[in-house]
Write a protein that binds this ligand. Structure first.
Ligand code: NOJ
Length: 518
């Protein structure tokens, strides 16, 4: 790997949505102390790192992705000292902590924006993207007019309450647009670097960068934003060589060229991720991509829809950075939607044996459900059903909180999975996930940087991983029908469910997998 820290090679991340993880003080909202209290569980499951969704001061109109103070933990989660304590305790257990960095926008209530919205010129006037007349919207991107007495429209990056910070334009077509090298754009960049240093000094091991590709405007080929991130990465790595940057970009060729260590393959830009897991109507946000997921019992998917894009990006980024395929996240429907536990055994076997760094969204290790029909909470809309409280044990709020008014209702179904019940059950999804993580860590061929080669396509999907002196074959058959194919000869089965490797013959029942040494 170019400059990617070695610790990423056998890392497995746990993605924690802090408001829904564990409420340690009974106010109904998860908090940093709650996460600290569960570090032993996180370590015991095998995770080596945490990605924490935003914990900064915010009015929470977009669940904390609308920040008012980038230098302070939101009181509902605790204090900066609690964050330092969480990092210290995590580090003692060999767990790294990666924060969320909302680089592209702030809340409307951020002091910078309040000053920027004043009609009088001041040091924050150009901190955001504004047009020069309230009657003039920009032609690219989304703009809000008439917000304040400043004569101009501000650009919003996402919701209306998330004004876009000014990192400059690559191609300038209007008089009010500033260049990437303008003093105002450089001030914004320096502020971001300051924020990164501030939290790194408190113990953060890196950042997942929200909407990483959006910072430079008027940049259709992304050359501007790639240049910007290379500058930021160079400064950041010079100071914190072991710390990493993860992109929310979902176009690895660009993100890795921009200097990121990891890019997520998720539900936008490319179809690859959605075609694996969430291709059916109602299982993703984009009705345009309706088809059959590869990972479904009906066996009507096509792994090439994934591979055609994945291999292109994999080959272009190999040796430079990693593509991560997460089980899910706070923006997408849970992977358990329309799947049973057998299906999840197979999805998890795939996700934990692919190249790149695996990310497990909290609760996916026990198969927590996407809860349908919830009222939107803090800008969640149809994402809310993937953000419900972690299910620890039977009893009040399934162990999440002692409050009568938890942040969101917990899963009320009689078969709601819990950590306590699954810990005791040797055949549970939790114990399966634990075993897969252990196998991954013990076998260098399965590490992030192990080679990847397709052996057989379309039920089963078979791939070869090589690393060190090892060759491992993984075969997954999500379809509900038997398959028999020839594959590289098996020397030793590492882990299998309803599948056998008999010499060079692979015999797989429906909904099965096998991992073996060749
Ligand atoms: C991506 C985040 O994951 C999402 O939750 C948020 O709403 C937008 N970026 C805006 O920050």
């Amino acid at each position: 790997m170019a400059n990617t820290p070695k610790w990423l090679n056998d890392a497995v991340f746990y993605n924690i949505y802090p408001q829904s993880f564990l409420d340690s003080n009974g106010d109904g909202i998860g908090d940093l102390q709650g996460i600290t209290d569960k570090l032993d569980y996180i370590k015991d499951t095998g995770f080596t790192a945490i990605w924490l969704n935003p914990v900064y001061v915010s009015p929470f109109r977009d669940a904390g992705y609308d920040i008012t103070d980038f230098y302070k933990v939101a009181p509902r989660y605790g204090t900066n000292e609690d964050f330092r304590h969480l990092c210290d305790e995590a580090h003692k257990r060999g767990i790294r902590v990666v924060m969320d960095l909302v680089a592209g926008h702030t809340s409307l209530e951020c002091e910078w924006f309040k000053k920027s919205a004043l009609p009088e010129k001041n040091e924050y006037s150009d901190r955001y993207v504004w047009t020069d007349s309230v009657w003039k919207m920009g032609t690219e991107g989304s703009f809000i007019s008439g917000y304040s007495d400043r004569d101009g429209c501000y650009m919003n990056n996402f919701f209306y309450c998330q004004p876009a910070l000014n990192y400059g334009y690559k191609n300038i077509t209007e008089p009010w647009q500033m260049s990437m090298n303008s003093p105002a754009a450089i001030d914004t960049r320096n502020e971001l670097l300051n924020i990164m240093s501030f939290w790194s000094d408190l113990g953060s091991d890196g950042f997942r960068v929200d909407m990483a590709s959006s910072l430079v405007k008027g940049d259709p080929d992304k050359s501007g934003v790639i240049e910007l991130w290379n500058i930021i990465k160079k400064e950041f790595t010079a100071k914190y060589p072991e710390n990493i940057l993860i992109a929310e970009w979902s176009f690895p060729k660009e993100a890795i060229a921009a200097g990121f260590d990891i890019d997520f393959l998720i539900h936008f830009n490319l179809k690859a991720y959605t075609t694996l897991f969430r291709h059916e109507k109602g299982t993703n946000q984009s009705e345009a991509w309706i088809g059959h997921s590869y990972f479904r019992k009906d066996g009507k998917g096509d792994i090439d829809l994934f591979l055609n894009e994945y291999l292109d990006h994999y080959n272009a980024t190999k040796g430079k950075g990693f593509i991560s395929i997460p089980t899910g996240n706070h923006d997408i429907h849970r992977i358990s939607l329309l799947r049973d536990t057998d299906d999840l055994f197979v999805t998890h076997a795939f996700l934990l044996t692919m190249p790149g760094v695996p990310f497990v969204y909290y609760g996916d290790e026990i198969g927590m459900k996407y809860i349908e029909g919830l009222a939107s909470k803090e800008g969640g809309f149809n994402r809310t059903g993937s953000r419900t409280p972690m299910q620890w044990e039977s009893g009040k709020n399934l162990g999440f909180s002692a409050s009568d008014t938890p942040y969101l209702p917990v899963d009320t179904s009689s078969d709601a999975p819990t950590v306590a019940a699954q810990s005791k059950d040797g055949n549970s999804l939790l114990n399966h996930t634990k075993k897969l993580i252990r196998i991954r860590k013990e076998n260098p061929a399965l590490w992030a940087n192990g080679e990847f080669e397709v052996v057989h396509k379309n039920y089963p999907f078979v791939y070869k991983r090589t690393g060190g002196s090892q060759t491992i074959i993984v075969a997954v058959n999500p379809a509900n029908r038997r398959a028999e194919i020839s594959a590289p000869a098996c020397r030793k089965v590492i882990y299998a469910k309803d599948a056998q490797a008999d010499g060079t013959t692979l015999k797989m029942d429906g909904v099965s997998f096998i991992i073996y040494e060749a």
